[in-house]
Design a binder for this molecule. Structure first.
Ligand code: GDP
Ligand code: K
Ligand code: MG
Length: 297
Protein backbone atom coordinates (compact mmCIF):
# COMPACT_ATOMS: atom_id res chain seq x y z
CA UNK A 1 0.00 0.00 0.00
CA UNK A 2 1.28 3.46 -0.86
CA UNK A 3 1.87 5.78 2.07
CA UNK A 4 -0.45 8.75 2.22
CA UNK A 5 0.90 12.25 1.65
CA UNK A 6 0.18 14.70 4.46
CA UNK A 7 0.13 18.46 4.37
CA UNK A 8 -0.97 21.47 6.33
CA UNK A 9 -0.41 25.02 7.47
CA UNK A 10 1.25 25.77 10.78
CA UNK A 11 1.29 29.21 12.38
CA UNK A 12 4.12 30.29 14.65
CA UNK A 13 3.01 32.87 17.20
CA UNK A 14 4.48 34.36 20.33
CA UNK A 15 5.78 37.53 21.87
CA UNK A 16 8.33 39.51 19.92
CA UNK A 17 11.86 38.07 20.07
CA UNK A 18 11.01 34.59 21.30
CA UNK A 19 12.66 33.16 18.17
CA UNK A 20 9.86 32.59 15.66
CA UNK A 21 11.85 33.69 12.64
CA UNK A 22 14.92 31.81 13.79
CA UNK A 23 12.84 28.64 14.04
CA UNK A 24 11.38 29.17 10.60
CA UNK A 25 14.77 29.68 9.03
CA UNK A 26 16.17 26.62 10.73
CA UNK A 27 13.32 24.44 9.51
CA UNK A 28 13.45 25.75 5.97
CA UNK A 29 17.24 25.76 6.01
CA UNK A 30 17.56 29.19 4.45
CA UNK A 31 17.32 32.73 5.58
CA UNK A 32 13.86 33.79 4.44
CA UNK A 33 12.65 35.59 7.54
CA UNK A 34 14.92 38.28 8.86
CA UNK A 35 16.08 38.09 12.44
CA UNK A 36 17.27 40.67 14.88
CA UNK A 37 17.31 41.29 18.58
CA UNK A 38 14.76 44.09 18.12
CA UNK A 39 11.10 43.27 18.59
CA UNK A 40 8.74 43.56 15.62
CA UNK A 41 11.37 42.75 13.05
CA UNK A 42 8.91 40.68 11.04
CA UNK A 43 6.04 42.77 9.66
CA UNK A 44 4.24 40.79 7.01
CA UNK A 45 3.48 37.15 7.48
CA UNK A 46 5.98 34.96 5.72
CA UNK A 47 5.35 31.41 4.68
CA UNK A 48 8.13 28.88 4.66
CA UNK A 49 7.60 25.60 2.90
CA UNK A 50 9.15 22.35 4.09
CA UNK A 51 8.70 19.49 1.67
CA UNK A 52 9.51 15.95 2.82
CA UNK A 53 9.06 12.72 0.85
CA UNK A 54 5.73 12.07 2.57
CA UNK A 55 4.58 15.49 3.79
CA UNK A 56 4.55 19.21 3.16
CA UNK A 57 4.41 21.69 6.02
CA UNK A 58 3.76 25.34 5.30
CA UNK A 59 4.94 27.43 8.24
CA UNK A 60 3.60 30.92 8.74
CA UNK A 61 5.84 33.28 10.63
CA UNK A 62 3.46 35.87 11.99
CA UNK A 63 4.36 39.37 13.02
CA UNK A 64 4.48 39.55 16.79
CA UNK A 65 1.10 39.78 18.42
CA UNK A 66 1.15 42.66 20.87
CA UNK A 67 -0.94 45.63 21.86
CA UNK A 68 -0.80 47.94 18.84
CA UNK A 69 0.68 51.42 19.26
CA UNK A 70 0.04 52.76 15.76
CA UNK A 71 -1.81 51.80 12.58
CA UNK A 72 0.98 49.61 11.30
CA UNK A 73 1.02 47.79 14.63
CA UNK A 74 -2.74 47.32 14.43
CA UNK A 75 -2.37 45.88 10.95
CA UNK A 76 0.27 43.43 12.17
CA UNK A 77 -1.88 42.15 15.02
CA UNK A 78 -4.90 41.68 12.76
CA UNK A 79 -2.86 39.74 10.23
CA UNK A 80 -1.57 37.46 12.91
CA UNK A 81 -4.96 36.71 14.42
CA UNK A 82 -6.69 36.17 11.05
CA UNK A 83 -4.02 33.67 10.21
CA UNK A 84 -4.89 31.50 13.18
CA UNK A 85 -8.32 30.64 11.86
CA UNK A 86 -6.90 29.32 8.60
CA UNK A 87 -4.23 26.95 9.86
CA UNK A 88 -4.07 23.30 10.91
CA UNK A 89 -1.86 23.74 13.95
CA UNK A 90 -0.45 26.58 16.03
CA UNK A 91 2.95 26.80 17.66
CA UNK A 92 2.78 29.15 20.61
CA UNK A 93 6.41 29.95 21.23
CA UNK A 94 7.86 31.23 24.47
CA UNK A 95 11.34 32.11 25.61
CA UNK A 96 12.76 29.65 28.18
CA UNK A 97 14.70 32.54 29.56
CA UNK A 98 11.65 34.64 30.46
CA UNK A 99 8.67 34.06 32.72
CA UNK A 100 5.00 34.34 31.94
CA UNK A 101 4.06 37.90 31.11
CA UNK A 102 1.37 40.28 29.92
CA UNK A 103 2.38 39.76 26.30
CA UNK A 104 1.62 36.06 26.63
CA UNK A 105 -1.70 36.80 28.27
CA UNK A 106 -2.69 39.06 25.36
CA UNK A 107 -2.01 36.25 22.88
CA UNK A 108 -3.60 33.46 24.93
CA UNK A 109 -6.75 35.55 25.37
CA UNK A 110 -7.01 35.71 21.61
CA UNK A 111 -6.35 32.01 21.28
CA UNK A 112 -9.48 31.28 23.33
CA UNK A 113 -11.57 31.95 20.23
CA UNK A 114 -9.49 29.72 18.00
CA UNK A 115 -10.35 26.05 17.81
CA UNK A 116 -7.04 24.57 16.61
CA UNK A 117 -4.43 22.39 18.26
CA UNK A 118 -1.93 24.61 20.04
CA UNK A 119 1.57 23.39 20.94
CA UNK A 120 3.54 25.17 23.62
CA UNK A 121 7.05 25.52 22.23
CA UNK A 122 9.61 26.44 24.85
CA UNK A 123 12.44 27.93 22.80
CA UNK A 124 16.00 28.94 23.74
CA UNK A 125 16.52 26.01 26.09
CA UNK A 126 20.24 26.45 25.43
CA UNK A 127 20.04 29.51 27.69
CA UNK A 128 18.72 27.79 30.81
CA UNK A 129 19.62 24.95 33.15
CA UNK A 130 17.33 21.91 32.63
CA UNK A 131 16.12 22.30 36.25
CA UNK A 132 14.61 25.66 35.38
CA UNK A 133 12.38 24.24 32.65
CA UNK A 134 9.74 22.53 34.76
CA UNK A 135 8.95 25.54 36.96
CA UNK A 136 8.69 27.66 33.82
CA UNK A 137 6.38 25.19 32.10
CA UNK A 138 4.27 25.12 35.28
CA UNK A 139 3.60 28.83 34.80
CA UNK A 140 2.13 28.19 31.37
CA UNK A 141 0.61 24.76 31.27
CA UNK A 142 -2.77 25.62 32.77
CA UNK A 143 -3.20 28.83 30.83
CA UNK A 144 -4.42 26.97 27.76
CA UNK A 145 -5.37 23.44 26.77
CA UNK A 146 -2.07 22.78 25.03
CA UNK A 147 -1.92 19.71 22.84
CA UNK A 148 1.69 19.10 23.82
CA UNK A 149 4.65 20.94 25.34
CA UNK A 150 7.90 20.75 23.43
CA UNK A 151 11.19 22.41 24.47
CA UNK A 152 13.59 23.31 21.66
CA UNK A 153 16.51 25.49 20.71
CA UNK A 154 15.78 27.05 17.34
CA UNK A 155 19.25 28.52 17.26
CA UNK A 156 21.16 25.31 17.95
CA UNK A 157 18.59 22.91 16.57
CA UNK A 158 17.94 20.80 19.70
CA UNK A 159 14.72 18.82 19.48
CA UNK A 160 13.58 20.60 16.33
CA UNK A 161 13.37 17.31 14.41
CA UNK A 162 11.25 15.83 17.17
CA UNK A 163 8.87 18.76 16.88
CA UNK A 164 8.64 18.21 13.12
CA UNK A 165 7.83 14.52 13.70
CA UNK A 166 5.06 15.45 16.13
CA UNK A 167 3.62 17.94 13.65
CA UNK A 168 3.71 15.47 10.80
CA UNK A 169 1.81 13.02 12.96
CA UNK A 170 -0.84 15.68 13.58
CA UNK A 171 -1.36 16.63 9.93
CA UNK A 172 -4.13 15.10 7.85
CA UNK A 173 -3.80 13.65 4.40
CA UNK A 174 -3.57 16.50 1.91
CA UNK A 175 -2.16 17.81 -1.35
CA UNK A 176 1.30 19.17 -2.06
CA UNK A 177 0.51 22.89 -2.16
CA UNK A 178 3.84 24.08 -3.49
CA UNK A 179 6.44 22.59 -5.83
CA UNK A 180 9.14 20.82 -3.81
CA UNK A 181 11.86 23.32 -4.72
CA UNK A 182 9.87 26.32 -3.53
CA UNK A 183 10.76 27.45 -0.03
CA UNK A 184 8.63 30.56 0.35
CA UNK A 185 5.51 32.18 -1.03
CA UNK A 186 7.14 35.58 -1.09
CA UNK A 187 8.54 37.14 -4.22
CA UNK A 188 12.28 37.65 -4.29
CA UNK A 189 11.78 41.41 -4.21
CA UNK A 190 10.17 41.21 -0.81
CA UNK A 191 12.92 39.08 0.66
CA UNK A 192 15.55 41.38 -0.79
CA UNK A 193 13.89 44.41 0.75
CA UNK A 194 13.70 42.56 4.06
CA UNK A 195 17.41 41.72 3.93
CA UNK A 196 18.19 45.39 3.43
CA UNK A 197 15.85 46.38 6.24
CA UNK A 198 17.55 43.86 8.50
CA UNK A 199 20.94 45.46 7.88
CA UNK A 200 19.54 48.92 8.58
CA UNK A 201 18.25 47.70 11.94
CA UNK A 202 21.50 45.94 12.76
CA UNK A 203 23.84 48.78 11.81
CA UNK A 204 21.90 51.69 13.25
CA UNK A 205 21.03 50.06 16.59
CA UNK A 206 18.55 52.18 18.54
CA UNK A 207 18.96 55.42 16.57
CA UNK A 208 16.76 54.39 13.70
CA UNK A 209 13.67 52.67 15.02
CA UNK A 210 11.10 50.66 13.10
CA UNK A 211 9.84 53.66 11.24
CA UNK A 212 11.63 52.65 8.07
CA UNK A 213 10.54 50.83 4.96
CA UNK A 214 12.59 49.55 2.06
CA UNK A 215 11.25 49.79 -1.47
CA UNK A 216 12.90 47.96 -4.36
CA UNK A 217 12.67 50.39 -7.25
CA UNK A 218 14.38 48.41 -9.93
CA UNK A 219 16.06 45.06 -10.64
CA UNK A 220 17.84 44.65 -13.99
CA UNK A 221 20.46 42.28 -15.34
CA UNK A 222 23.55 44.06 -16.61
CA UNK A 223 25.65 42.95 -19.56
CA UNK A 224 28.56 42.28 -17.20
CA UNK A 225 26.52 39.50 -15.60
CA UNK A 226 25.70 41.50 -12.50
CA UNK A 227 22.22 42.11 -11.24
CA UNK A 228 21.61 45.80 -10.57
CA UNK A 229 19.26 46.42 -7.66
CA UNK A 230 18.12 49.94 -6.82
CA UNK A 231 16.36 50.40 -3.52
CA UNK A 232 15.10 53.28 -1.39
CA UNK A 233 15.11 53.32 2.38
CA UNK A 234 12.17 55.42 3.56
CA UNK A 235 12.43 57.12 6.93
CA UNK A 236 10.08 59.33 8.91
CA UNK A 237 12.55 61.97 9.97
CA UNK A 238 15.34 64.00 8.50
CA UNK A 239 17.61 63.19 11.44
CA UNK A 240 17.19 59.50 10.68
CA UNK A 241 18.18 60.14 7.11
CA UNK A 242 21.38 61.73 8.35
CA UNK A 243 22.19 58.77 10.57
CA UNK A 244 21.46 56.32 7.78
CA UNK A 245 23.80 58.03 5.36
CA UNK A 246 26.49 58.58 7.96
CA UNK A 247 29.73 60.51 7.72
CA UNK A 248 30.67 60.75 4.07
CA UNK A 249 28.17 58.05 3.35
CA UNK A 250 29.97 55.39 5.36
CA UNK A 251 26.87 54.07 7.14
CA UNK A 252 24.93 53.59 3.93
CA UNK A 253 27.96 51.99 2.35
CA UNK A 254 28.27 49.49 5.19
CA UNK A 255 24.57 48.67 5.11
CA UNK A 256 24.76 48.18 1.35
CA UNK A 257 27.83 45.96 1.56
CA UNK A 258 26.34 43.65 4.16
CA UNK A 259 22.97 43.49 2.41
CA UNK A 260 24.62 42.79 -0.94
CA UNK A 261 26.43 39.78 0.52
CA UNK A 262 23.19 38.28 1.81
CA UNK A 263 21.35 38.98 -1.45
CA UNK A 264 24.12 37.37 -3.46
CA UNK A 265 23.88 34.31 -1.24
CA UNK A 266 20.12 34.19 -1.70
CA UNK A 267 20.18 34.59 -5.47
CA UNK A 268 23.49 32.93 -6.26
CA UNK A 269 24.48 35.79 -8.55
CA UNK A 270 26.69 38.88 -8.43
CA UNK A 271 24.80 41.94 -7.32
CA UNK A 272 25.37 45.66 -7.63
CA UNK A 273 23.26 47.33 -4.98
CA UNK A 274 22.37 51.02 -5.08
CA UNK A 275 20.71 52.50 -2.01
CA UNK A 276 18.96 55.83 -1.53
CA UNK A 277 17.39 57.36 1.54
CA UNK A 278 14.12 59.33 1.38
CA UNK A 279 12.10 61.08 4.07
CA UNK A 280 8.33 60.57 4.11
CA UNK A 281 6.80 62.05 7.21
CA UNK A 282 4.58 59.87 9.37
CA UNK A 283 4.20 57.12 6.77
CA UNK A 284 3.18 54.54 9.34
CA UNK A 285 -0.12 56.29 9.99
CA UNK A 286 -1.11 56.80 6.37
CA UNK A 287 -3.19 54.00 4.92
CA UNK A 288 -2.27 54.85 1.32
CA UNK A 289 1.42 54.67 2.07
CA UNK A 290 1.08 51.44 4.00
CA UNK A 291 -0.41 49.95 0.86
CA UNK A 292 2.28 51.43 -1.32
CA UNK A 293 4.86 49.72 0.88
CA UNK A 294 3.09 46.40 0.63
CA UNK A 295 1.10 46.21 3.87
CA UNK A 296 -2.35 45.15 2.73
CA UNK A 297 -5.24 44.23 4.93
P1 GDP B 1 11.03 36.67 16.65
O1 GDP B 1 10.81 38.12 16.93
O2 GDP B 1 10.17 35.82 17.52
O3 GDP B 1 10.92 36.31 15.20
O4 GDP B 1 12.54 36.35 17.12
P2 GDP B 1 13.86 36.19 16.24
O5 GDP B 1 13.85 34.90 15.50
O6 GDP B 1 14.06 37.44 15.44
O7 GDP B 1 14.96 36.03 17.39
C1 GDP B 1 15.17 37.03 18.36
C2 GDP B 1 16.53 36.85 18.98
O8 GDP B 1 16.58 35.61 19.72
C3 GDP B 1 17.66 36.75 17.96
O9 GDP B 1 18.76 37.46 18.47
C4 GDP B 1 17.94 35.26 17.87
O10 GDP B 1 19.26 34.96 17.52
C5 GDP B 1 17.66 34.81 19.29
N1 GDP B 1 17.26 33.38 19.36
C6 GDP B 1 16.29 32.76 18.66
N2 GDP B 1 16.20 31.45 18.98
C7 GDP B 1 17.16 31.23 19.92
C8 GDP B 1 17.58 30.05 20.66
O11 GDP B 1 17.08 28.93 20.51
N3 GDP B 1 18.59 30.23 21.55
C9 GDP B 1 19.19 31.45 21.75
N4 GDP B 1 20.18 31.52 22.63
N5 GDP B 1 18.82 32.55 21.06
C10 GDP B 1 17.82 32.46 20.16
K1 K C 1 12.82 39.95 16.37
MG1 MG D 1 10.39 37.54 13.59
Amino acid sequence: MEKQFKSGFIAIIGRPNVGKSTFMNRVIGQKIAIMSDKPQTTRNKIQGVLTLPDAQMVFIDTPGIHKPKHQLGDFMVKTAINTLNEVDAILFMINADEGYGKGDQFILDRLQKVNKPVYLIVNKIDLVHPDELLPLIDQYKDKHNFKEIIPISALQGNNVNHLLDVLKEQLAEGPQYYPEDQITDHPERFIISELIREKVLQFTKEEVPHSIAVVIENMVHRDNGKLLIQATIVTERKTQKGILIGKQGTMLKNIGKAARKDIEKLLGTNVFLELWVKVKKDWRNKQSQLQEFGFRS
